[in-house]
Design a protein around this ligand. Structure first.
Ligand code: FAD
Length: 472
């Protein structure tokens, strides 16, 4: 048997079921990755994540070579072109079996349907669900429906895990030889060098691209910081969270690997102490949003999860939006957070909630503008988590809390960056400013004037939501 593994968001050799099975059942295996540049642009993929993928593929190419698997990297424009290319590969290389891990976003699902139609019954395609510990659609409530609210989902998730167990796969066995006759000469090969890469890139060297370092980061977090996670995770000046999201997003790490490490160090998922349990809850949030996206695919089409919240008459002031993007709103914590995003490609979760709430509820700008901007900047951009987070902040999503929960940027700043250490890291001009002033709009006159007045905007926001919800 000659097999091909189509790698997409499973860029790893460990715990990769498609790769594992291909190696178990085949004499020779080739792997392929196809960059759909125009599609990435349409999906607002950030240049920093594209660079992380590029560097990860460089390492993966070497790791796969050690298993006697060639990784062929190709370029395409759209998802349709990806399908055409895959079909060409299968025919040219005389492949008998294709091994693929599923992606769950609507365009990706539609592409995979086309792949099945295109390849017809010519070859067997094996599909794998590896993005979540428990696959979407597998957790339903008493009436057989998917959960809309996180807490009951999380309980059901744990129960199911306890009943069904889970398994992390080892590195596949090395194959006896390369598929030596792979002819790629007529295919649009893509170099993994920065200069030839077919998509804009931003330096991602602050993030690990090799599986070993990523795993070491997981191990270090689990052993040294998971215990303190509950206490530290909300304070952006503390190194309290794992920063594993970039790897989970592109699949150089799996959620099961995270779970396995946590359990290795701290015990069974249902017996964890506070710190480790809270971290597991975050991994379950990640699963929740994937499950929501599969159950309610309209969220992939720019729609509010709650249809009643579809027509909020946002003010959408372009200048205010630009001030927010640049981190020039005059609210120190909001601006420091946006600078963290713009400079590093990552932002602390507490800050994501604060800046998202500020965009929607203080600046009265459509959450979709922020969602898009985040995708263009985040190294960990992941549609389901990002959309879930933005809809949570805009109160249009799965959150049970009502729309009148509006974060006060000053109070949040005092609570979560009391000494102003995070603010000063990204806004060095505020070093030396009294901690009594540093949280205030315009830092009590030491900083840019505030673009809006929070109290005033809060009232406007409430009116906006009320007006839209009472329309019928
Ligand atoms: P840790 O605190 O160490 O958590 C471990 C892992 O759990 C994370 O790596 C992540 O995979 C997952 N996770 C944690 N919190 C959440 C959450 N609230 N929702 C879903 N998964 C979670 N996360 C992304 O991975 N990609 C995004 O594009 C993204 N956009 C967001 C947008 C907004 C507006 C908000 C409020 C949150 C967003 N998140 C996103 C969730 C969260 O902010 C990040 O996952 C987290 O900050 C990543 O840092 P970490 O790896 O140190 O997380």
């Amino acid at each position: 048997q000659r097999s091909c593994v189509w790698l997409r968001r499973d860029l790893r050799v460990l715990d990769n079921p498609a790769l594992f099975d291909a190696c178990q059942t085949s004499e020779a295996v080739v792997a392929v990755y196809v960059i759909p540049a125009a599609q990435w642009q349409e999906h607002h993929k950030s240049a920093i994540q594209a660079d992380l993928i590029r560097r990860t593929l460089q390492h993966l190419q070497q790791e796969l070579a050690q298993l006697n698997i060639e990784l062929v990297v190709l370029q395409a424009d759209s998802f349709d072109d990806q399908v055409a290319l895959l079909s060409q590969c299968v025919n040219t290389w005389q492949i008998d079996g294709l091994f693929v891990s599923r992606e769950y976003e609507v365009d990706e699902v539609a592409r995979d349907k086309r792949l099945v139609q295109t390849l017809n019954d010519d070859i067997a395609i094996q599909w794998y669900d590896e993005r979540c510990v428990i696959k979407p659609n597998a957790i339903v409530n008493g009436s057989g429906q998917p959960y809309k609210v996180f807490t009951p989902f999380s309980k059901a998730w744990l129960k199911q895990l306890q009943e069904s167990g889970w398994q992390c796969l080892a590195k596949p066995q090395m194959l006896s030889g390369l598929m030596s006759d792979v002819d790629s000469s007529c295919l649009p090969l893509c170099s993994l060098k920065a200069d030839d890469w077919p998509y804009p890139i931003d330096d991602s060297s602050a993030y690990a691209a090799d599986g070993k370092t990523v795993l070491a980061q997981l191990r270090a977090f689990s052993a040294e910081r998971a215990e303190r996670y509950q206490a530290d995770r909300d304070f952006p000046a503390i190194d309290g969270t794992s920063i594993l999201s970039p790897y989970l997003a592109i699949g150089s790490l799996s959620a099961k690997q995270c779970l396995a490490r946590l359990c290795h160090d701290h015990g069974a998922p249902w017996e964890l102490a506070d710190g480790a349990r809270t971290w597991l809850t975050e991994l379950i949030w990640r699963e929740f949003y994937q499950h929501v996206m599969v159950a309610w695919p309209h969220v992939c089409k720019d729609k509010a999860f709650k249809p009643d919240y579809e027509d909020i008459p946002w003010a959408n002031d372009e200048q205010l939006f630009q001030a927010w993007c640049r981190g020039e709103t005059g609210y120190p914590l909001v601006d420091a957070a946006m600078r963290q995003l713009n400079e590093t490609g990552w932002m602390h979760n507490r800050l994501r909630m604060i800046v998202a709430s500020f965009l929607c509820k203080d600046l009265l700008i459509d959450w979709r503008w922020g969602e898009r901007y985040f995708m263009t900047k985040l190294v960990d951009g992941d549609f389901a988590a990002n959309n879930g987070g933005w809809q949570w902040a805009a109160s249009t999503g799965t959150d049970a809390a009502p729309y009148f929960r509006i974060f006060n940027p000053e109070t949040q700043s005092k609570r979560f960056d009391g000494q102003g250490r995070f603010i000063q890291q990204y806004l060095p001009q505020l070093q030396g400013v009294d901690t009594k002033l540093i949280h205030q709009a315009s830092a009590g006159g030491h900083y840019l004037p505030a673009v809006v007045d929070h109290k005033e905007r809060r009232q406007m926001c409430l009116a906006l939501y009320q007006q839209s919800l009472n329309k019928e």
